[in-house]
Design a protein around this ligand. Structure first.
Ligand code: 4AZ
Length: 405
């Protein structure tokens, strides 16, 4: 096995960066000091949680998302029962997943204790696809060899696995620097996995997927203020305003993918964590894999150690937002009002209509006034959307206070 502990230089200090003063270093399991740790029978066994439910997904053949893989613990029992995380193929023998999927008490789980299952829609259909051994794993650490991923902060939730032989399926590229428009705020991404659904509290046998909107940092800053905080340097916010569609336990490590105008897929996020799953005003958190510092760290590792270019170039975004994206954009525009005017009680998109140049949506909002806690007003707002631009025709806070209904 090649010995490589790459020292990675990266673009420092984005706004909100908290730990980017350290120089992240890729640390391989095979060369990590103290890398040998006792092997738990099931390193990241999914536990059911109250009130969670991926939610809103549909059954998706792996051919639709052929980069999707499952991480499965070695041992007895069904494959489905041993699946603990998702992952994404970025080259035939390279998988990107979440750091928390391969960490146990701050130590990397020995790669010999789990396998990567690829090319398979139904986990228990063992005649489909391939099960491949993992020969090495890489996470990022600080100068004292401490993982940059910590439970309390959930930053740098990224790991790279090296497979013993090529997986089944089709690798995907990470969105490149010139492809930022593909995953601009308000665009949609597809998430997929075998994690928890409303009707399957321990995850599903069949691969599922759904669409989520790529949200501004503000949406997660607000949602995670009292829940560990949101750190946009390495985290990306995505979900649905009204909930109902989301990743959940067991989907971690899997892909968040944006699509170009011609359907070109690009990896933009890694499923990381959330405050429950699919709740209203409670988006999911993804590792921000298509922006620095994470993208350069991953790209440099793959370039240096494998000679692989895992970063895309030249994919253009769709010319228009879809109807679903329009509905989510309506919320993006109104979210600050809904929470700043008082606790947001109710928000709904009544309809969105295509006007020929964009969408026009009718939205209702209700809020309590902070000072007296009384129900204050209900307003209706029109939001017109054309491509990436959004304009609002509606009432102001002051009109609302004067009793406009
Ligand atoms: C989890 O526990 C998890 N809704 C993953 C994603 C989300 C929540 C929880 C996002 O693995």
């Amino acid at each position: 096995m090649t010995v490589l502990v790459a020292s990675l230089l990266f673009v420092p200090a984005q706004a909100g960066a908290t730990r980017t003063s350290v120089e992240p270093r890729a640390e391989r399991y095979s060369t990590a000091i103290g890398g040998e740790s006792p092997t738990p029978a099931n390193p990241v066994a999914p536990l059911p949680r109250a009130g969670i439910s991926v939610i809103g997904g549909t059954e998706t053949p792996v051919a639709t998302v052929p980069w999707q893989v499952a991480l499965v613990s070695n041992g007895g029992g069904s494959v489905k029962d041993r699946q603990f995380c998702g992952g994404t193929l970025v080259a035939p023998t390279i998988v990107i997943t979440a750091a928390h999927c391969v960490l146990d008490n701050g130590q990397q789980t020995p790669p010999g204790t789990y396998q990567v299952v690829s090319g398979r829609s139904h986990l228990n259909a063992t005649s489909q696809g391939t099960s491949t051994a993992v020969v090495d794993s890489v996470i990022w650490v600080d100068e004292l060899d401490r993982p940059l991923f910590e439970d309390a902060r959930q930053e740098w939730d990224v790991a790279v696995l090296e497979l013993a032989s090529p997986a089944a399926g089709e690798p995907i590229l990470i969105a490149g620097p010139a492809e930022r428009a593909l995953w601009a705020t308000g665009r949609l991404g597809r998430v997929s996995g075998w994690g928890v659904t409303r009707s399957a509290p321990y995850g599903t046998n069949q691969l599922m997927s759904t669409e989520v909107a790529l949200l501004p940092d503000l949406s997660c800053r607000r949602a995670y203020r009292k829940f560990g905080g949101f750190r946009p340097a390495t985290q990306l916010c995505a979900g649905r305003a009204l909930g109902g569609h989301d990743t959940c336990q067991g989907d971690s490590g899997g892909p968040l993918v944006a699509y170009g105008a011609d359907g070109t897929p690009r990896l933009v996020g890694i499923t990381s964590y959330g405050r429950g799953c699919a709740g209203k005003y409670s988006p999911g958190v993804y590792a921000r894999v298509a922006a620095d510092p994470v993208r350069s760290a991953v790209a440099d590792l793959l370039e240096t150690s494998q000679g692989i270019d895992a970063v895309g170039d030249g994919a253009l975004p769709p010319a228009q937002l879809s109807g679903l994206a329009a509905r989510e954009n309506a919320w993006l525009y109104l979210e600050p009002d809904c929470f700043e005017w008082g606790p947001c009680l109710a928000y709904d998109v009544k309809w969105c209509r295509w006007t020929g140049s964009g969408h026009r949506c009718l939205v209702t909002e209700n809020a309590y006034r902070r000072r007296d806690g009384r129900f204050h007003c209900s307003q209706q707002v029109f939001v017109g959307i054309s491509g990436d631009s959004i304009m609002r025709q509606g009432v102001t806070k002051w009109q609302c206070r004067r009793g406009w209904l």
